[in-house]
Design a protein around this ligand. Structure first.
Ligand SMILES: Cc1ncc(COP(=O)(O)O)c(C=O)c1O
Length: 476
């Protein structure tokens, strides 16, 4: 994917698109390389269900459908049109007073914010994709960079590049002292060293780094950062005059996993005492309804910031895309109704535990390794052994699978082939390379879907793995 609209003169694909459709360079780049949703529309529009057995089981997207009925029912009950609030421009694109107040209360009470958040600190956006796009547009110029620890949520690429043309600067851990495996990605010292090395390289390449963006809980790894690491992030940003953006969209998608009894619980960056570490106006928290409220399609999110400049800059373009206030109020009602909220989250947590157990028991039975997690909607599945020839697969050393290894392109093709075989068998899973990891062979599989869809999806997945194994006989 091209990340730079300044280097497209020699790009034939962009050039032909430019002339064929009479687009801008921006438009041509986006059409040629960045339209991830368009090509997926067909399979997404035909999801498997017992009454649509030929449909696709979608285990690729971070969607939680476990409580769809409850959310649907709640919204239906709330649908009361108040003409002054809902049929006028009302309070405008910053969002409804009601939702912003409910969001502030949530952050004060449930995220345990150290300093008081008020509705003035909240700007509502149609989902977090829009929030990330808006904040990027507000703090970066074209070509600037935002640091993000690898592996990273693939949507960050879209949100940061597609409109603002800002670069994702992946924070790499391979070769960093103290790094030996996935658990180490959450350790404070490892992060400090990795961040320092990355910003140093970025500056050498002339990239103006403006921010660090972290997903806590982590997508795709499904774990939370401990407070010491969050403090390290803040301190690094403070020292380097960067914004710290904490995406906490999975805050209430944390659940107990007996396999990791000491798993880190969720801590919001808002709850830490960071006086003297980072200016309050440089720290921003993102939250949304998509994951924790099982409502990707509601398109509801917000930015919490004490930076009036960001509020103003985002509000200036907010008119182009805002969520209807009637729906904002429906989400506000969910947050205001403590009894409903507690019951909803507890019921959802129980279902997540059950579905996680079903999925991981299935993997264990079929000898599929995976990374145990306790947050998020997906499992980071380890198919590294399938990428190498059978004779080499016994070795535990996977260094050949590093993305920087000379055979990297071969392994990338095999990773893509596995995802393609799954797709042909009617189950959509995510090949790891889209999350910009440092080695090939990982896949992200969502487990928060209906019981029958999950069963069908896992069976199709295993049928695909058998096919991959047969094909692998010819791999060298
Ligand atoms: C970490 C993270 N941030 C943001 C988003 C975007 O969510 P939405 O735009 O639906 O609010 C997602 C969706 O998968 C995500 O995983």
């Amino acid at each position: 994917m091209t990340s730079d609209t300044n280097s497209v003169e020699n790009d034939e694909h962009v050039q032909s698109t430019l002339s064929k459709y009479h687009l801008s360079i921006r438009g041509a780049c986006n059409f040629a390389y960045r339209d991830v949703w368009g090509p997926r529309e067909k399979s997404m529009g035909d999801p498997w269900s017992p009454s649509n057995p030929n449909g696709t089981v979608i285990l690729r997207l971070a969607e939680n459908s476990l409580m769809h009925e409850e959310v649907g029912e709640f919204i239906r009950e709330q649908m009361n049109v108040l003409p002054v609030d809902h049929l006028t421009y009302s309070t405008g694109p910053r969002g409804s007073r009601r939702l912003r107040s409910a969001a502030a209360a949530l952050l004060n009470e449930q995220f345990h914010s150290r300093t008081r958040i008020t509705y003035d600190n909240i700007i509502v956006t149609p989902g977090l994709a829009s929030a990330i796009d808006g904040i990027t547009f507000a703090i970066c110029n074209e070509g600037d960079g935002i640091l993000i620890p690898q592996p990273l949520y693939n949507g960050f690429n879209v949100d940061i590049q597609n409109r603002s043309n800002v670069r994702v600067v992946g924070v790499k851990y391979e070769g960093i002292e103290g790094f030996g495996g996935l658990d180490d990605l959450f350790r404070p010292e490892v992060n400090r060293l990795a961040l320092e090395a990355t910003i140093h390289h970025a500056r050498e390449e002339g990239i103006n780094v403006r921010a660090l963006l972290v997903s806590n809980p982590h997508n795709p790894l499904g774990r939370c950062y401990p407070p010491e690491t969050l403090r390290e992030f803040a301190s690094f940003c403070g020292r380097n005059d960067l914004h710290l953006i904490s995406d906490e969209i999975y805050a209430f998608s944390v659940f107990p996993n007996p396999q990791i009894p000491m798993a880190t619980k969720f801590t919001s960056i808002l709850s830490l005492d960071l006086v003297g570490v980072i200016y309050p106006s440089r720290m921003h928290v993102l939250y949304g309804a998509s994951k924790d409220f099982c409502a990707n399609g509601l398109r509801m999110g917000f930015v919490c910031t004490k930076n009036e400049g960001i509020m103003g800059a985002m509000s200036s373009i907010g008119i182009f895309s805002w969520s209807p206030h009637i729906l904002q109020d429906a989400w506000a009602a969910m947050m205001e109704n403590k009894l409903w909220l507690d019951r909803f989250m507890a019921q959802k947590r129980n279902l997540m535990v059950e579905r996680y157990k079903t999925t991981t028991s299935f993997f264990a039975k079929h000898g599929i390794p995976f990374y145990e997690m306790n947050a998020g909607l997906f499992i980071w599945v380890d198919l590294r052994h399938l990428l190498v020839a059978k004779s080499a697969a016994q070795q535990s050393d996977h260094s050949a699978l590093r993305v920087t290894s000379p055979n990297g392109p071969v392994f990338l093709r095999r990773e893509l082939r596995i995802a393609e075989i799954c797709m042909k068998n009617g189950v959509m899973i995510a090949p790891g390379h889209v999350y910009v990891p440092e080695e090939y062979g990982w896949f992200r599989i969502t487990f928060t879907v209906g019981k029958e869809a999950l069963q069908e999806g896992l069976e199709r997945f295993m049928a695909s793995i058998k096919q991959v194994e047969a094909e692998r006989q010819s791999w060298k």
